[in-house]
Write a protein that binds this ligand. Structure first.
Ligand code: PLP
Length: 451
């Protein structure tokens, strides 16, 4: 089919994510057709360097035959089975063995799902169940952060803090929010460290306001992804951890983006130096070859639930799906055995971070560069000295993303920030190309807006 044919058929039936469907139908989406390594080709054979790993997920890049073969072999051997009828299967057992070999002894169990959103739904039920089992059934409230993102199902949307997604006000009871630790935008005259402490102490205030006897957990992304790739100041996470411990509140890390090597550590909480009680995973778990997610539990929680919990009335048909598990095994083995996570930490990560600072550090329009490993954000600013943001920053970053497409690179725009998170297998040459094409997109944006 021609691209126009595909677009016409797409417009006839498909509702896309986070767009004005009518405008999209008029403009016509890019029809992506094939991919290999870090590159994606559209239906007209235009090549793009994928600077976003799909949607932060294709850690190993596209077209890996070890993952494809693992899926095929598993489909032939046992294409489906479940964990409902007092049954299990080798694929899911082996995956868990591998998963916990990556983590310290303080974590012991996992509940598998098919996505990040589902995993966070499961988190709410599991956290409440845990407190019930240990004799504190009143602890039900989950605290999230404004501009946090935890998925698009009802409760994950409610725990998230994307206000434009909260069509009906607060959406659900027993959910509260505190502010995001976004120093560039909201830090005022405070140093980043002072601001980090101030934001963390909002959690303490919120817990005291709600009554710690009512609070089940605090959920946050170690670094905020969809809300603009925001790294909190260094003072933030240690203080959050202190507060959660002091008030007996579960510390729940949403590692859907941060997990599986993105920052150069296996999990982003390790980069920031804190120890969550639960870890939400998805995306990089299977490099996006097949849907799979999960909720990892601390040994303390799991022991309470297993020893004293009785029946946990929860289950998903496809949880621990043998084919997804087989892909996850192949994916984790590749990340481990090819030393990809180590390379992100010691080589490609520092290389990208250094390059971005060389190229954009003095740029008058880029007020902040944040990142670690192979994730980074460039903050547009109208005035570097005062950290002034553009009134139309959303439009500006959106234009920059479009110029990126024209230059042959896929980067993401969120509210005045340009985000990149290429596959973890990226080479120096591919990172050079990513930075150079991003530079051209930023220059064209700067020219258009006469900055
Ligand atoms: N949590 C975080 C931090 C995410 O970034 C996302 C998706 O982008 C989700 C949860 C939701 O995951 P999914 O889209 O697989 O439901």
């Amino acid at each position: 089919h021609s691209t126009q044919d595909w677009q016409g058929m797409d417009a006839a039936h498909n509702i896309h994510a986070f767009v004005d469907q009518k405008k999209l139908n008029a403009a016509g989406p890019r029809v992506m057709n094939r991919a290999k390594g870090l590159y994606v080709w559209d239906n007209d054979d235009r090549q793009y360097l994928d600077g976003m790993s799909g949607l932060w997920c294709t850690a190993l890049g596209y077209g890996r035959h070890d993952l494809i073969d693992a899926a095929t072999r598993q489909m032939e051997q046992l294409s489906y089975y479940n964990m409902f009828f007092h049954t299990t299967h080798p694929s899911v057992i082996e995956l868990s063995e591998l998963l916990f070999s990556l983590l310290p002894d303080r974590y012991s169990h996992v509940i598998y799902t098919n996505s990040g959103s589902e995993s966070n739904e499961v988190l709410i039920r599991t956290a409440r169940r845990y407190w019930q089992v240990v004799g504190k059934p009143q602890k039900r409230v989950m605290i999230g952060r404004w501009n946090g993102y935890h998925g698009s199902t009802l409760a994950s949307t409610a725990m998230g803090g994307m206000k434009f997604m909260h069509e009906m006000g607060g959406m659900l009871p027993d959910i509260a929010h505190i502010d995001e630790p976004y120093w560039f935008a909201h830090g005022g005259n405070l140093t980043p460290e002072e601001f980090g402490l101030k934001c963390a102490r909002q959690l303490e205030e919120k817990i005291l306001e709600l009554g710690s006897e009512n609070v089940a957990g605090f959920i946050a992304e170690p670094f905020q992804g969809a809300g603009g790739m925001i790294f909190p100041p260094e003072s933030y996470w240690p203080e959050i951890q202190r507060i959660c411990r002091q008030y007996d509140v579960l510390l729940c890390a949403d590692e859907v983006i941060g997990g599986f090597g993105r920052t150069g550590e296996w999990f982003a909480h390790q980069h920031f130096g804190f120890e969550p009680d639960t870890i939400t995973i998805a995306k990089g778990l299977t490099s996006g070859y097949i849907p799979m997610g999960g909720l990892i539990l601390s040994r303390r929680m799991a022991e309470a639930l297993v020893e004293h919990g009785g029946v946990f009335a929860h289950g998903l048909t496809y949880a621990g799906h043998p084919v997804a598990a087989a892909v996850a095994i192949a994916n984790i083995k590749a990340l481990r055995d090819e030393k990809i996570v180590e390379r992100v930490k010691n080589d490609t990560g520092p290389y990208l971070q250094r390059k971005l600072r060389e190229v954009f550090g003095e740029h008058p329009m880029i007020g902040e560069i944040q990142g670690a490993g192979l994730v980074a954000a460039l903050q547009f600013t109208a005035d570097k000295a005062t950290r002034k943001r553009f009134a139309n920053e959303d439009e500006i970053s959106w234009r920059c993303r479009s110029y990126g497409f024209e230059e042959g690179v896929i980067i993401r725009s969120t509210l005045g920030r340009m985000i990149m998170a290429p596959a973890l297998v990226a080479t120096h040459a591919e990172l050079d190309e990513l930075v150079e094409k991003t530079r051209r997109a930023v220059e064209r944006t700067a020219q258009e807006y006469k900055i």
